[in-house]
Design a protein around this ligand. Structure first.
Ligand code: PRP
Ligand code: MN
Ligand code: MG
Length: 182
């Protein structure tokens, strides 16, 4: 399929809705970190789009770093086995750290990441995620800022992939069954 549109079932969240929600979250995050140095940590690769847009919506000056962890591989189910593919470039000890994710599904990736980063003794450690699937949660995680709670369906776009594709869709949507080989 050369045309990504033909692979889509439904648009769940439009680009405009994402922009508006990120502006709201940015205001709250600005208030929380007023007068503080903030490091935002994006979780590659899914969080690339939300990092880029959230960072520009903030008034707070931030530094940015990236971690690459993967628990999905090419499938649609979280394996629970988290691998560090790329660690942070900097020491976060004593820093205010905000982890930015595209989605919390089972929560296994983030729960592992929180305990990993927490052991590095940051001054504070909070989480902002664009999407969360409450029905899919296998572990409870304290998340300060959530863009949208969504139903337990596999979604792509705005950073989220299926087998590494569809990340560059500007919106969040679901895929037609034929894409999965149905
Ligand atoms: C996806 C997504 C989150 C994680 C959420 O990443 O971007 O990081 O899975 O799933 P969980 O809550 O069930 O752990 P993935 O491992 O697919 O890597 P990617 O960001 O490179 O696509
Ligand atoms: Mn990810
Ligand atoms: Mg993925």
């Amino acid at each position: 399929a050369k045309d990504m549109g033909a692979d889509l079932k439904q648009v769940l969240i439009t680009k405009e809705e994402i922009d508006a929600r990120l502006a709201e979250l940015a205001e709250k995050i600005d208030a929380e970190y007023e007068g503080k140095d903030l490091l935002i940590v994006g979780v590659l690769k899914g969080a690339v789009m939300v990092m880029a847009d959230l960072a520009r919506a903030l008034s707070t000056p931030v530094t940015m770093d990236w971690m690459a962890v993967s628990s999905y591989g090419a499938g649609t189910q979280s394996s629970g086995v988290v691998r560090i593919l790329k660690d942070l470039d900097t020491d976060i000890k004593g820093k205010h750290v905000l982890v930015v994710e595209d989605i919390i599904d089972s929560g296994l990736t983030l729960s592992w990441l929180i305990s990993n980063l927490g052991s590095r003794e940051p001054a504070s450690l909070k989480v902002c995620t664009l999407l969360r699937k409450p029905e899919a949660a296998k572990v409870d995680i304290d998340v300060e800022w959530v863009g949208f709670d969504i139903p337990n369906e596999f979604v792509v776009g705005y950073g989220l992939d299926y087998a590494e594709k569809y990340r560059n869709l500007p919106f969040v949507g679901t895929l037609a069954p034929h894409v999965y080989g149905g």
